[in-house]
Design a binder for this molecule. Structure first.
Ligand code: PMP
Length: 401
């Protein structure tokens, strides 16, 4: 029956972990996976999450099904976190929101909803490059995927002129996917001033902005600062779509906690949109899992756990920022590695686009047991004081050839 099914290619990111696992060298380092690691290279369960779980266990709740759009105590607070406590559409009860299977599920619900109900276009523009899963998510949702320029190889920075040109050349009312903060894979974000210009272009061309916010708080250490772009667009009167994930900022990767929301014109319009979100979700997975939503809801709704969590997110962001400084200093000052490494410090979030070439990344894996994706992206969270010197020396050797 399946004799004509061709073997698919391995996942480019998860494949790195396979190669890492097979390597027996004690010095090996995995910088492929986008999950936070603590100072000892171990996965990190946030203390605020542990406390929330104790409260949940003590409350002895049942395991009944959630509604199709999930736990409303949680989604209300997720919306407040993203849009801000003073958000106009939030206060006017015109944000349609549903719980989702983390960020991926939110993007997929959004893609499917837009493919079915957005009346003006079936085309979505993604930054070049973007997170590898964006293209298949939106293609499988029934949208046509195109790209806009984003990364400038020469400067290892943002190609802002190219970005503007491409958005201005896009058909009116097309959908445009924007990484709200900590762009994956490049770690390069527009400045506040550049976001304002992007907002103006989106307005002029009547594009539909779809924000993917997978790293709120993780980029700068402040959930408010990282929400700047989303809140600015909403203040400017744009109707937006938003995907949220609590995988990174609460370390809830495997719990799959996210949310998808749309701002609308009125409570009445919101109610109609909510009803159609349910119709999109029901045949996909019926209703979402309960445990992770309880954790996130407990933290966001607690006057004690919320500030604790914010401090813990900042702790993760700060550790990553300190690794950027150390790596930059080692390469530039200690090892005098050829090339310009300022982007390691200026990029933000989990990842750094190092500028290492595919042959260099191959040499790093084969000779130094250091694993990263072939595009030279490294997860900064995989570095710590125990391995950073070895990593810098290995990069230095690979660059010198
Ligand atoms: N969007 C971006 C840009 C991401 O980097 C990720 C995680 N790698 C996601 C969405 C979704 O992740 P998850 O489904 O685990 O929330």
């Amino acid at each position: 029956t399946w004799s004509a099914v061709p073997a698919g290619p391995p996942d480019p990111i998860l494949g790195v972990t396979e190669a890492f696992k097979a390597d027996k060298d004690p010095r090996k380092i995995n910088l492929g996976v986008g999950a936070y690691r603590d100072e000892n290279g171990k996965p990190y369960v946030l203390p605020s999450v542990k406390k929330a779980e104790e409260l949940i266990t003590a409350a002895k709740g049942d395991k009944e099904y959630l509604p199709i759009t999930g736990l409303s105590d949680y989604t209300k607070l997720a919306a407040k976190l993203a849009y801000g406590p003073d958000s106009k559409p939030l206060h006017e009860n015109r944000i349609a929101i549903t719980q989702s299977i983390s960020g991926t599920g939110a993007l997929r619900i959004g893609g499917a909803f837009l493919a079915r109900h957005y009346p003006h276009s079936k085309v979505i523009y993604l930054p070049k490059p973007s997170w590898g899963n964006h293209t298949p998510i939106f293609r499988d949702s029934g949208l046509e995927v195109r790209g806009y320029r984003y990364f400038d190889k020469e400067t290892v920075g943002l190609d802002f002129a190219g970005l503007k040109e491409d958005l201005l050349a896009a058909p009116e009312k097309a959908i445009v996917l924007l990484h709200a903060c900590a762009h994956n894979p490049t770690g390069i974000d527009p400045t506040a001033e550049q976001w304002k210009e992007i907002s103006d272009i989106v307005k002029e061309k009547q594009l539909f902005p779809f924000f993917d916010m997978a790293y709120q708080g993780f980029a700068s250490g402040s959930t408010t600062k990282d929400a700047f772009a989303v809140r600015h667009f909403v203040e400017q009167g744009h109707q937006i779509a938003l995907s949220q994930s609590f995988a990174k900022n609460m370390g809830l990767y495997g719990e799959r906690v996210g949310a998808f929301s749309l701002t609308t014109e009125s409570p009445e319009e919101k109610a109609r949109v909510d009803s159609q979100l349910k119709i999109v979700i029901r045949p996909m997975y019926s209703n979402p899992p309960i445990h992770g939503a309880r954790i996130a809801g407990t933290i966001l709704g607690s006057s004690e756990l919320y500030p604790q969590w914010e401090a813990e997110v900042k702790g993760m962001a700060d550790r990553i920022i300190s690794m950027r400084d150390s790596l930059y200093n080692s390469l530039t000052h200690n090892l005098k590695t050829p090339g310009e490494w300022g982007h390691i410090k200026s990029q933000i979030g989990m990842f750094s686009f190092t500028g290492l070439t595919p042959p260099q990344t191959k040499a790093l894996a084969e000779k130094a047991h250091v694993y990263m994706t072939a595009d030279g992206r490294i997860s900064m969270a995989g570095l710590n004081s125990g391995n950073i010197d070895y990593f810098a020396e290995s990069v230095n050797k690979a660059v010198r050839g």
